[in-house]
Design a protein around this ligand. Structure first.
Ligand code: MLT
Length: 309
């Protein structure tokens, strides 16, 4: 009998086609992930579950998933899956660590430009017919120091693009070797040194017990006055309340955030502050990245369900 997969979040049609072509039965119900009760009712029928970020795979869902063998996350972060509960049940959790890296790195660079030149506010003002040419004085990126926290798949692409802009790049990442840093053209530093030197700071680490609030009130106070902070990684890495305070007292000159402690974010201490650019978790939102992750997740899950590989 063909294995059966449920796609419970919005995923490119490519994934559905690949499952079918590979002989995997697939139900594409992209709104189901938001309806916990319905998901609970049907999950028992499936061998595989393909998700993005809306579906929360809790211990309760896993308990009802009698046939489930694999969960495939079309994207990088698996923080919407209860990994210990899945492991206890022998359910494999796979992600697609490379498919959206370029797209997310490009979003971080776009956010850095946006906050350096106050582009969203200037756009709103110009649309309103105000022509406030003197209001929006920006700063150059050229020759500035970018502090990259986390130099993995996404962080290393950000480093490369920033070097292309002739920025100086310092990176804090306990997993980064001196040799790799040298090959990348960046300077490996400890966190305190990065905080003291960077004109812009961008975060590219997952949210774990070690990284939660890595930019705490205490660490924000160690930054160079006038720093601009970009977070396109995960909400919870930066203490939003402390950052709002630092933006208000001038320690931090600007912030660009794509991710929030609570998502969907309908409120945040950062909302409505001047020179804060916000987007609704669009880091991976390009047609190219969504094609990549859909294709990769469908191939990986099909391989596992059909051959155990
Ligand atoms: C990811 O973890 O891949 C990103 O946050 C993208 C997303 O889920 O939208």
């Amino acid at each position: 009998m063909a294995p059966k997969v449920l796609v419970s979040d919005k995923l490119s049609e490519t994934a559905v086609q690949i499952f079918r072509d590979r002989g995997v039965e697939v139900d594409y119900l992209p709104d189901l992930g938001k309806d916990k009760d319905k998901l609970l009712d049907v999950i028992g029928q499936y061998d595989g579950l393909a998700i993005r970020s809306a579906t929360k795979v809790t211990e309760k869902i896993l308990a009802a998933a009698g046939n489930l063998k694999v969960i495939g996350r079309a994207g990088i972060g698996v923080d919407n899956v209860d990994i210990p509960a899945a492991s206890k049940k022998g359910v494999i959790v796979m992600n697609t660590p490379f498919g959206n890296s370029v797209t997310t790195a490009e979003h971080a660079i776009a956010m850095m430009f946006a906050v350096a030149r106050q582009l969203p506010e200037a756009s709103v003002s110009t649309h309103a017919g105000k022509w406030e040419k003197n209001r929006f004085m920006g700063v150059e990126l050229f020759n500035k120091t970018l502090g990259v926290i986390g130099a993995g798949n996404i962080g290393s692409i950000v480093c490369d693009r920033a070097l292309g802009l002739h920025m100086k790049v310092v990176a804090y990442d306990p997993f980064l070797s001196e040799e790799r840093a040298k090959a990348m053209g960046v300077t490996k530093v400890e966190l305190d040194e990065l905080l003291a030197r960077a004109d812009f700071i961008t975060l590219h680490v997952p949210l774990t017990d070690k990284t939660r609030n890595i930019l705490s009130a205490e660490n924000i106070a160690k930054t160079k006055k006038g720093v601009r902070i970009i977070n396109c990684a995960r909400g919870g890495l930066v203490d939003e309340g402390a950052l709002a305070e630092a933006l208000t007292n001038g320690q931090v000159a600007g912030a660009a955030f794509d991710v929030f402690e609570v998502e969907p974010a309908t409120e945040s201490p950062l909302f409505h502050l001047p020179n804060v650019v916000v987007t609704p978790h669009l880091g991976a939102a390009t047609t190219e990245a969504q094609e990549n992750v859909a294709l990769q997740v469908a191939e990986q899950m099909s391989d596992y369900l059909l051959t155990g590989a």
